[in-house]
Design a protein around this ligand. Sequence first.
Ligand code: PRP
Length: 236
Amino acid sequence: MDKSAITIALPKGRLLPDCVRILSDVGITAPEDLSTTRKLLVPSEDGSARFLIIRDKDLPTYVDYGAADMGIVGKDVLMESGRKVLEPLDLGFGYCRIVVAQPAATMRSGIGPGWGHVRVATKYPFIAEQHFAARGEQIEIIELYGSIELAPLVGLADRIVDLVSTGETLRQNNLVETEDVMEVTARLVVNRASMKIKAQRLVPIIEAMREQLQTRGASFAEAADGRHGDTETREK
Ligand code: PRP
């Protein structure tokens, strides 16, 4: 493999096919199906890059420490991680929302915002805390790792803060959205040092992706503080 090869971290799961597509659109292709391979480190076809296939929650850590030069991850995971990585592009795909929801039954009985001591189940403790703090609401966070919608059904929590994509999980569990927290899309993230040291390799890739997005008419955003700006995550 090319000694100057760059390392690109990709998240297992739902975002992976779109990640593979946008990289292949800019000429970085994998020699095998990254969604099915059991390999964790896969060189690109031309050897100019290598892919790390990892859990999305771990991805900002790999990029922050420079174990990967760049990666693609959902804004939800990035925000929750608090990692200080650069976030040059909103890639537009993987759209979903984080919302507050509660059982339809408790809505009908008038239990809602402002009601006594509230327990909120979530896999996003930081995002949830920020959301309620901004509203001056005191809540207790119950951190869970999955099937968040179950918590209010069995009395573990009063509300949840969770991802909604189709809304089917909320519907099937008789939960209703009460507040929007944030919109989520996939973001290109880059290690700060790599952006300087490997600018010759990384900048053309970022610019090619930006052009791809423009041609596709997909939405993309610049980070507030410049072309290769910082992500707005919490301090670690
Ligand atoms: C996510 C999320 C919701 C569900 C929303 O869970 O936490 O539970 O998807 O999707 P929907 O609006 O299309 O129904 P995921 O499938 O990642 O599993 P998890 O509950 O184990 O986190």
